[in-house]
Unconditional design. Structure first.
Length: 215
């Protein structure tokens, strides 16, 4: 099968993945520095150092590029959060602080990632729906972690899911405001204040559900 021929120890599938990554890196550059109007096939291919046939090998529209880039940032964020939680201290604040630090660092070590994710999130009705789904997925992760820590062997009830959704959605808005300079604080202060809110709401809810005999 010629399609699977290996050159220099790199398979055809790996080369295609490398070209896709190069195109997404170019999309991040363009969106982060110039804006969505400049995201054209020719600009992407020039930025990636590829000819147009490799663009069409991977994408059939600009929306497909936007969706792939949004998903790549969300996947990087989820991976960082899970890794941070696995290595975090056992106490609630330690876990919250580790996860929040990891997430905010992913989105702000390269500030274009947060700007681009927020830009893409409202670009089309389909991407707005995808953003809602992604926020819900992260909220479910927060809810599951909270249940595991405070109420093992139970399921997240609607109140837990509400607070988790409120926290994740609020963090998205707070990060957007911080990036725009509306919140005059350092990144470390943003992380600490966010951790305070997460722990406060989680422990308040845990206290409400604690059996009367243990209060």
């Amino acid at each position: 099968m010629t399609g699977q021929r290996t050159y220099g120890g790199v398979s055809a599938e790996e080369r295609r993945a490398q070209r896709r990554t190069a195109l997404l890196d170019a999309a991040l550059d363009i969106l982060g520095d110039q804006g969505i109007d400049k995201l054209t096939v020719s600009a992407l291919c020039q930025g990636a150092g590829l000819n147009e046939r490799y663009y069409y090998e991977n994408f059939d529209s600009r929306d497909a590029v936007l969706t792939a880039l949004f998903d790549a940032i969300a996947e990087e964020l989820a991976t960082a959060l899970l890794a941070a939680l696995q290595q975090a201290p056992a106490d609630s604040r330690g876990k919250a602080h580790a996860a929040i630090t990891a997430g905010i660092h992913v989105l702000t070590d390269d500030p274009r990632k947060a700007r681009v994710a927020l830009l893409i999130s409202s670009a089309t009705p389909e991407l707005r729906a995808r953003t809602t789904h992604t926020i819900r997925a992260f909220a479910n992760l927060v809810a599951a972690e909270g249940v595991d820590f405070y109420r093992p062997d139970t399921e997240a009830d609607p109140v837990i899911r509400f607070r988790a959704t409120y926290l994740v959605g609020g963090l998205v808005q707070a990060l957007d405001s911080w990036l725009q300079g509306v919140l005059p604080m350092t990144r470390d202060e943003l992380i600490d204040h966010t951790t305070d809110v997460f722990v406060l709401l989680a422990e308040d809810l845990a206290e409400q559900h604690r059996p009367a005999s243990s209060q």
